[in-house]
Design a protein around this ligand. Structure first.
Ligand SMILES: *[C@@H]1O[C@H](CO)[C@@H](O)[C@H](O)[C@H]1NC(C)=O
Ligand SMILES: *[C@@H]1O[C@H](CO)[C@@H](O)[C@H](O)[C@H]1NC(C)=O
Ligand SMILES: *[C@@H]1O[C@H](CO)[C@@H](O)[C@H](O)[C@H]1NC(C)=O
Ligand SMILES: *[C@@H]1O[C@H](CO)[C@@H](O)[C@H](O)[C@H]1NC(C)=O
Ligand SMILES: *[C@@H]1O[C@H](CO)[C@@H](O)[C@H](O)[C@H]1NC(C)=O
Ligand SMILES: [Ca+2]
Length: 527
């Protein structure tokens, strides 16, 4: 079996030939020197480097021990799952082991004894490394394939997830999606996320065991049925937006949503024949090294590119220190057949010693100042070495100077702040009454209404009088008989001649003073 896999890998078109060396020592008219090429690691069995997580807790069978039946012979329920007995346990690691011939070892879930509550399980594979698929993902189910499941993937170590493919025996019913086949996709839809019915119908539990994510069929859209025209695929991978990323991931999740039903409806009288059992998850791919490495090694529990071209990082995603006179670029498959290495260049190799921290590709000599300076600093930087942040941005203290995220936008509130600049910790300069790092809050005794204004009324000092209520600190809502900023003045109708005298007299000195203060405050607010 292992030799068969090796043979299989050897035959994979993406595993061999092109782009397998990063440099060679060549002799030219000027003498011997290194020549550099775009390069990538070989495809590997990625299941050997994965960590797996199965959710929810308690979904793996055998604790407590449980009996299960099969669809073929539902009344012969002789099989047992017992987590405490190594011979009868079905832990997650059996999805990734190497099997002796003819003897399937598999992870198994609990049975659907809680029906009609759905039987749900998530199986999450994490590599802690970006990998690129080079062949189909094949998931092997013993005892029947799920009638509903989906694949999701993450490109950022599980922080965000995206649907990858939907599987159902009835796509419309399960996901409100029309059923499609990857074989019917075209060059413009090669990275479409679709729902397929090809891997979910009942065909006998021993006959059709595999659920596929079809990478080869998608490659074949460009490279032809036998993947003979790989050059065309490589050209497309470079030029079609999002195509490379479509085959890239750090994590993969299987969401199992409904088990195999044996081609009929759920039979409540025997729920012990419904469960999931996965014997193998084959993921063939390579480390993503941005075409700057042809080796990827497993060190300290993680895959790691052995970066060339003076790049560094887990994915060779940046230039080594002192090799940052140009901004970092991924290598390219183009031009065919050797591609471009797009190597990082030593600081000082271009013009004197002009370091631009990777924010500029160009330096220029300014004659009358006699200095070399970086031109068109990117990533919101400025300065001779792109070492400062543009106005309106501040330095991210946890980022190095060559980080793309080194400058963070100030984001000052346009109304609450004096201008759009901020200090080194991101604090903006606020107008009177405004506060907060971005000046989008008001100080106490101020209210926000397109800027901060002093309260007209409140519950403490500026109380509305005569039963008036304070509306959002902006004005008093006065009862019918009163007016004034704090409702301190009686309203005089023609037929009420005594109104000046009565309530006003009761109001007292304090109210009048407050009224005057409020009037003055309103005067400011109107300015
Ligand atoms: C599986 O993962 C999804 C997110 O991708 C989550 O919403 C769901 O609750 C999880 N299901 C289980 C059974 O843990
Ligand atoms: C993931 O990989 C990085 C870089 O190799 C390493 O520093 C980190 O410890 C790894 N994290 C886990 C959870 O293995
Ligand atoms: C990387 O830097 C070394 C010097 O440390 C140099 O000899 C080599 O040619 C550089 N490689 C590339 C691809 O620029
Ligand atoms: C600051 O830089 C670090 C390291 O690159 C990055 O993870 C973080 O997101 C940046 N912070 C902000 C606010 O952009
Ligand atoms: C930035 O301004 C805030 C608020 O005025 C202040 O607390 C902080 O110390 C200032 N930071 C620097 C580096 O000046
Ligand atoms: Ca197995």
């Amino acid at each position: 079996m292992p030799s068969l896999v090796a043979l299989l890998l050897h035959c994979l078109p993406l595993a061999m030939g092109q782009y397998d060396i990063c440099k060679s020592w060549v002799t030219t008219d000027d003498g011997p020197s290194w020549e550099f090429y775009a390069c990538q690691p070989k495809a590997m069995r990625m299941k050997d480097y994965v960590t797996v997580r199965v959710d929810p807790a308690g979904i793996t069978c055998g604790d407590p021990p449980e009996r299960f039946c099969t669809h073929e012979n539902p009344y012969l329920c002789s099989d047992e799952c017992d987590a405490s007995n190594p011979d009868l346990a079905h832990p997650p690691k059996l999805m990734f082991d190497t099997e002796d011939e003819g003897l399937a070892t598999y992870w198994q879930s609990v049975t659907w004894r809680r029906y009609p509550e759905p039987l749900l399980a998530n199986i999450t594979l994490s590599w802690n490394k970006s990998i690129e698929l080079t062949d189909d993902i094949v998931i092997t189910f013993e005892y029947g394939r799920p009638t509903i499941m989906m694949l999701e993937k993450s490109l950022d170590n599980g922080r965000t997830w995206h649907p990858y493919q939907y599987y159902a025996d009835d796509c419309m019913e399960a996901f409100s999606m029309p059923a499609r086949r990857v074989r019917d996709l075209s060059t413009t839809s090669a990275n479409r996320v679709l729902c397929t019915e090809e891997y979910s119908r009942w065909a006998g539990s021993k006959k059709e065991k595999n659920v596929r994510f079809e990478v080869r069929d998608r490659f074949a859209i460009f490279a032809g049925p036998d993947l003979k025209n790989m050059d065309n695929l490589y050209t497309r991978l470079e030029s079609a937006k999002g195509l490379k990323d479509f085959f890239t991931m750090t994590d993969l999740r299987m969401r199992l949503l409904r088990p195999a039903l044996g081609g009929t409806y759920v039979q409540r009288e025997n729920l012990y024949k419904y469960f999931y059992a996965i014997s193998n998850i084959e993921v063939i791919g390579r480390c993503k090294c941005n075409l700057h490495a042809n080796l990827c090694t497993f060190r300290e529990g993680s895959l790691q590119c052995e970066c060339e071209h003076n790049t560094t990082g887990q994915d060779c995603g940046k230039c080594k220190k002192n090799f940052r006179s140009r901004s970092w670029r991924a290598g390219s498959y183009l031009p065919l057949p050797n591609g471009s290495p797009n190597a990082c260049a030593a600081a000082g190799s271009a013009f004197g010693n002009c370091e631009c921290y990777g924010h500029s590709n160009r330096c220029s000599y300014i004659d009358f100042l006699n200095v070399v300076t970086c031109v068109s600093c990117k990533h919101n930087t400025r300065g001779q070495h792109c070492q400062h942040c543009r106005l309106g941005f501040y330095r991210n203290s946890s980022a190095e100077l060559d980080d793309e995220n080194v400058c963070i936008e100030c984001n000052c509130n346009q109304i609450g702040s004096v201008h759009d600049r901020c200090n080194e910790t991101g604090y903006c300069e606020c107008k009177e009454g405004a506060t907060g790092p971005k000046c989008d809050d008001c100080l106490p005794n101020y209210y926000w209404r397109q800027g901060c204004f002093p309260n007209v009324c409140d519950d403490e000092l500026l109380l509305c009088q005569n039963g008036g209520t304070c509306y959002q600190n902006q004005r008093c809502l006065c009862p019918a008989g009163f007016k004034g900023v704090l409702c301190q003045q009686p309203r005089c109708d023609a037929d009420r001649k005594d109104c000046d005298a009565a309530p006003g007299a009761r109001a007292g000195l304090g109210t009048l003073l407050l009224g005057a203060l409020a009037l003055q405050l309103r005067g400011w607010a109107d300015l």
